[in-house]
Write a new protein. Sequence first.
Length: 136
Amino acid sequence: MISPDIFNNLQQEWAPLDDPVFQLTPTSFHNQADDHYASLGCPAISRGTFWDIYKLLLACFRRGPVDLTLEDEINLANLGVDQNMELISGLCPLWIGDEVVGDGVVLRKNYDEADFTDPEDQGEEEAFADFTDSGE
């Protein structure tokens, strides 16, 4: 068994809880997610329970009343407007179509795919990450 101290040290070094990356959701979403999580009794999250808890939270969001502030923030974000979301120090703005890895983002019909193909790998099968909504 691995000592919890090792995980605590790794977390402090690589993912401290006060890191700005953990502040990337709008406050209205954070508050609503906290409320839904509390309504579920704050179940312990682990590798074995994560997916079930995620699906329960998703169901709470779907059946709960629509938070108009959150809906506005999501709609603005989808238009590329990041109100109240400052860029983390050391990062640059990213736009659809920017070349980040490989050929960037490939827009096709009703969904986006991120191309993770190394341009130097000639003849290799292309690898894509599919960001479509599965409908669940």
